[in-house]
Unconditional design. Structure first.
Lengths: 317, 296
């Protein structure tokens, strides 16, 4: 029996905007097993990052529950949440914006240890030893200990982001597009590092990205999101070999193939992304879907399990 | 296995000083200010030791026969309209001009900075309450407000200080609020929150250090403004009372005699100018030194 670390049930996050209610995350449910990686893909603005942050309660969920190690965390007080933050961490997308420009590398890594009171200020030597150990672990040279983030390149900065997360020895890490701001050559280094760390510490990742080749490489399961909703969920291999939702198929056909002679049958989408503000009932993809039928816009489309483990929200499948 | 060489960690103060001293102009400014501080402290010690004997005999004692005498070997800055030695008066006045200006601005920077940080960070209701109150204060010209406060509380050094501090609070609240607003939505604040940092920690370790630069520049300019405000209040008879020497009041009372003796206006004026200029270049240097992104 799989060991469920994180269970998300009917999670919703709505934002009030002057134009109406924005449905950033709309009724998302999934289980995530310990030591596994769940990929979340979707285009910009589909609510991927909001999902990650709502799970960590950086945003308060509008509705729904999150269970972490069978404990409901959506109603925890801030105090108990602070303790829990040791186990649930996040790596941010932009390594330039996510580091305090006024702190040196060592201060930043030590900061998470101090906040969580794993060390106190008085334990200077032990703290320094731990910081050096962490820097070593993520492949940062210890001569960078006094450097400021602006002196480092993107890859090194992202390593700081990873080191300060590892400092807390978490069980679950939300990776919010951790490599999309990096050069391709550095992307591979960071991804390999993250995989090594996962193997070494048994980390569980929620891997948010728009880069399909990255999730294919890393994930056990993949969720495809469109305008706040989950449209398809399947094991990675299954999703790439048998995509069912028209949106997933369009996404997959958009992956570039490194062969100039290879002619692809692209599924080209027409039209604009519909607004996530006060969406109308029915399939949110209907306006852009090449196979749209009248039934698609009548009522919300529930997720159905087509083959074991493969869920799709489309009535045409 | 080779042991990695770990560089010694430098403290923020040491690091700032290392960068500050490279800026010669700012360093000069700081030396001038430090000299003035030493002068002010020594006059206070002299007053204490001699039980104000020197103060009474040389700073406030009038000698009308010698009035408006120009600079000479005996009196290097000359004598004022009551025949008092301007050099002595200038030196004894440093404490009022510099210390009161600095203390007033320090008070309003702390108060305004905290109010601005709270307003910017928490937003919504607290922002509205604090900033509307600041708007009310801002609507009254600061000089008028200070005058009103002194008139209400009575004339004393402490009240002048309080009056000037209060009238400068809105400027700092606004400055800090604006920079907090630009910083608080950045990802590193969210990262701190994800680590479980408290609001107080976020404000003091993440937001305020990153919004220091405009505040420091504003504060050094503010000291200059406060020195002028003290002078203005003294001129109106609400600040430092004669015969106590104060650069601003020396300047204003000398105005009437500008045609009879140039030195009695020029010298206090130069004193104010040099002090303010030094404060400004020092502030600029400090701002650059505190910003690690400009590190060299």
């Amino acid at each position: 029996m799989a060991d469920v670390l994180l269970r998300v049930e009917h999670l919703k996050k709505y934002f009030d905007t002057p134009g109406g209610t924005l449905h950033a995350v709309d009724d998302i449910s999934f289980d995530l097993n310990r030591g596994e990686t769940l990929g979340v893909v979707g285009e910009s603005g589909c609510g991927k990052s909001t999902l990650g942050r709502t799970i960590l309660r950086l945003y308060e969920p509008t509705d729904g529950t999150v269970y972490f190690e069978n404990q409901e965390i959506t109603s925890l007080s801030n105090k108990s949440m602070k303790v829990l933050r040791r186990d649930m961490q996040i790596i941010f997308q932009d390594p330039f914006a996510s580091l305090n420009p006024r702190m040196t590398v060592s201060e930043m890594i030590a900061e998470s240890l101090l906040i969580q009171k794993i060390f106190t200020r008085k334990q200077g030597p032990q703290l320094r030893a731990r910081v050096t150990e962490l820097m070593d672990l993520v492949g940062l040279s210890s001569k960078l200990i006094n450097s400021y983030p602006h002196e480092l390149d993107g890859g090194r900065r992202q390593r700081i982001g990873i080191a300060r997360v590892l400092a807390l020895d978490p069980k679950f890490v939300v990776c919010d597009e951790p490599v999309s701001a990096l050069d391709v050559s550095i992307q591979a280094q960071i991804l390999n590092l993250m995989q090594d760390l996962q193997d070494e510490f048994g980390l569980t990742y929620l891997f948010i990205t728009h880069d399909l080749s990255v999730v294919k490489h890393l994930s056990n399961d993949i969720i495809v999101m469109y305008l706040g909703q989950m449209v398809e969920k399947a094991p990675a291999k299954e999703l790439f070999s048998h995509p069912m939702h028209p949106y997933t198929r369009a996404l997959l056909s958009a992956i570039p193939v490194p062969d100039p002679d290879y002619a692809v049958d692209r599924v080209l989408l027409k039209g604009e992304l519909t607004s996530p503000i006060d969406p109308v009932p029915g399939c949110r993809f209907a306006k852009r879907c090449p196979f749209v039928t009248e039934a698609c816009t009548k009522a919300d489309i529930p997720l159905r399990e087509i083959t074991p483990g493969h869920f799709v929200a489309c009535i045409l499948v | 296995m080779k042991q990695p060489v770990v560089k010694k960690q430098r403290t923020l103060a040491a690091e700032t000083w290392r960068r500050f001293k490279k800026n010669k102009l700012a360093l000069t400014g700081m030396i001038v200010i430090l000299t003035l501080v030493v002068i002010a402290l020594s006059t206070m010690v002299i007053d204490f030791v001699t039980d104000k004997a020197i103060y009474n005999d040389y700073v406030i004692k009038q000698n009308l026969r010698m009035r408006l005498q120009g600079p000479s070997r005996e009196h290097i800055f000359g004598l004022d309209e009551f025949g008092r030695d301007i050099f002595m008066r200038m030196i004894w006045a440093v404490r009022y001009s510099l210390f009161m200006g600095t203390i007033a601005i320090a008070l309003s920077t702390i108060l305004g900075g905290l109010l601005g940080a709270v307003a910017g960070y928490y937003g919504k209701i607290s922002d509205n309450i604090i900033m509307r109150f600041m708007d009310v204060l801002l609507a009254i010209p600061s000089m008028l407000l200070a005058t009103a406060i002194v008139a209400a509380l009575g004339t004393s050094l402490t009240n002048v200080l309080i009056a000037i501090a209060i009238s400068y609070v809105p400027t700092y609240a606004r400055t800090v609020r604006a920079s907090v607003l630009t910083i608080k939505d950045q990802e590193f604040i969210e990262a701190a929150r994800a680590m479980g940092a408290s609001d107080v920690r976020i404000i003091f370790k993440y937001i305020l250090p990153n919004s220091m630069a405009p505040l420091i520049v504003q504060a050094t300019l503010g000291v200059a403004g406060a020195i002028l405000s003290i002078a203005g209040l003294s001129f109106l008879g609400l600040g430092i009372q004669p015969p106590t020497p104060e650069w601003g009041s020396m300047l204003s009372s000398a105005r009437a005699y500008i045609r009879e003796g140039w030195h009695i206006t020029v010298i206090p004026g130069l004193g104010i100018m040099i002090t303010i200029l030094s404060l400004n270049v020092m502030g600029d240097g400090l701002r650059d030194a505190l910003d690690p992104r400009l590190k060299n």
